[in-house]
Design a protein around this ligand. Structure first.
Ligand code: CTP
Ligand code: CA
Length: 225
């Protein structure tokens, strides 16, 4: 099996993948979350592992299961926990694919007891989370490949290119919510890939497993330069 492993395109490569949502606690029983299923990130981790990579999969709360022995799974809950897990893993990686739907805001304070209902309205103060991808973009060495996602509903390509530049990425994967069948919960996705040279590849609506294969092929190409 080892002999066989040597022939795979990603043998010897260490790749960090993030997947799923994050949950930001409001009190001991409530949180702010999102509808990310984790399917896209787990499909990417599976595919990269099948291609021979050693994958560290940092997952927010999700029902997905990773089965490959090439995947080391680290479960986290909040954006801050995901940040810390990513910072620990990052140094040692050749590439990162950040597909998690990280919360942009988190409560300023977490109530230590369950918040009792009282007035007609309740305001919860929120503060920005640290942008994990941008942080890794600042730490990136020249031989590391960084891939991010962009979820957009308008000015899609412009916003995606803005993120590519602002976060110092090698590739951005635009996930269009305007295309039916694409998005958080389903088994399909429709993506456009844009690299640093602004080469653009538009893909058909496909299963997330097939999309994971397309992303992995592009990553192999980026690693070979
Ligand atoms: N991301 C991250 N850390 C955050 C927020 C986002 O690492 N705190 C990453 C996501 O994993 C994704 C990319 O940044 O790969 C883009 O996420 P997206 O929500 O589309 O963009 P934002 O930069 O958060 O901007 P906005 O939500 O305002 O469009
Ligand atoms: Ca966001």
């Amino acid at each position: 099996q080892r002999e066989l492993g040597k022939t795979l395109p990603l043998t010897g490569k260490k790749i960090l993948v993030t997947a799923g949502p994050t949950y930001e606690a409001i009190d001991p029983v409530r949180f702010i979350g999102n509808h990310s299923s984790g399917k896209m990130g787990f499909a990417i981790a599976d595919r990269l592992a099948a291609l021979g990579a050693q994958v560290t999969l940092i997952a927010g709360p999700t029902a997905q299961k990773a089965t490959s022995p090439n995947i080391t799974r680290i479960d986290v809950t909040s954006a801050n926990e995901m940040l810390n897990a990513c910072l620990t893993a990052f140094q040692d990686t050749d590439a990162c694919v950040m597909s998690a739907a990280v919360a942009d805001y988190t409560p300023v304070e977490v109530a230590s007891q369950k918040i009792k209902k009282q007035d007609a309205s309740l305001n919860i103060g929120l503060k920005k989370t640290t942008d994990i991808l941008k942080t890794l973009g600042e730490l990136k060495r020249t031989n590391q490949i960084l891939i991010g996602f962009a979820l957009e509903t308008e000015n899609e390509e412009q916003y995606a290119v803005d993120k590519l530049n602002k976060k110092n990425l090698d590739l951005i994967i635009l996930n269009s919510l305007n295309d039916s069948g694409a998005g958080f919960k389903g088994d399909t996705n429709k993506i456009t890939m844009i690299d640093r040279q602004l080469n653009k590849s538009v893909f058909e609506l496909k299963s997330k497993i097939e999309v994971a294969a397309d992303i992995s092929d592009k990553l192999i190409e980026l690693l070979s330069h």
